[in-house]
Design a protein around this ligand. Sequence first.
Ligand code: GLU
Length: 416
Amino acid sequence: MSSLYEQALTRLDLAARYSNAHEETVERLRRPKQTLEVSIPVRMDDGSTRVFTGFRCRHDDTRGPAKGGIRFHPAVTRDEVQTLAFWMTFKCAVAGLPFGGGKGGVIINPREHSLAELERVSRGFIRAIARNIGPDTDVPAPDVYTNARVMAWMMDEYSQIVGKRSPAVITGKPVALGGSLGRDDATARGGYEQLRELQRINNWNPSNISIAIQGFGNAGQHFARLAHADGYKVVAVSDSRGAVYDSSGLDIPTIIELKQSRGRVDAGSQSEITNESLLELDVDVLVPAALEGVITEKNADNIKARVVIELANGPTSPEADDNLHDKGVLVVPDILANSGGVTVSYFEWTQNKQGFSWTLETVHERLGEIMRREFNAVYQLRQEKNISMRTAAYAHALNRLAEAHESTGTSNDFAR
Ligand code: GLU
């Protein structure tokens, strides 16, 4: 099987056919600008030392400092981090943010460590990559299994290294330390704004629309809450341990409470199903909100949802893409669907640079504006060219990347 990065490149090549980008731009975007691999020796609580491996990749920074999260996960690899960084380049461009793409990861299972150990890993990772990040070069953020507290440790460590308080080096911080209001649910809210656009376009009545959500971390949980509050029928949710289903709609506030108190979604009385069968439910909207590679050529045939909103990064493989497109499933691709997170990260960064904080209302208003504008731009391109939302999103992003790359000239300008 091809690597995740090679799979990502197939999307670039396809999109290039529908964009104005010069081939030199496409060539430059094929390879990440740099990938740093570091080892992080950490003192464990029992006095022993364990050495962790971490990565930070800067894929492209032509449109602005690289931007992208840091994940803590046992399955992190260089290939995965580079691919996630590649996706960030396109995500920031699709949302029109003045950022390039970056990503980081540490190979670790956070569940196996105490908070004190996680703090030492977080600080150790920042010490190892400190020269490669900064408010104007590469700005990390949370990702899978990292959160505001981890960002606080990382910001503090970086500030100590450079000898001055540097909140703009990282986003997704606690509000008390320079985080932005509204960053916590921004990924979900951005995707939800796009669901609302589909509601408007298709004239949906939310109470007739069923939704299944795979993943109940930050993105999945908030998406479920927002949809449920507006009367959508959220019929299934899952986390890594299990899934719950009720065809008449789940009581989401109770499930969120259970998840927070007992750490899992399937502790209630609803009927339990598997994570795999959740993906294949006969629902109107499927929201993958966990990890990459859950919709593949193996199960794409069985997907019955009419709409897929990718809150996770990379949940659908390129082979599955073709299958879903041929079946007429509308897939709102990750780089667009989950771009609300990095959009509010951008708001946080600008607030830090200005030393001025915005109200929650301003954050929601500006996030909504960007999400609606870019969703509709992509939707229109899809209609015009008769292509998938994914190809349209990549082409839209590539046009913006091309503008930046090509403003200093291409072979067209230099040829004699
Ligand atoms: N990790 C998130 C993502 O994949 C957020 C990145 C950011 O805010 O920089 O989009």
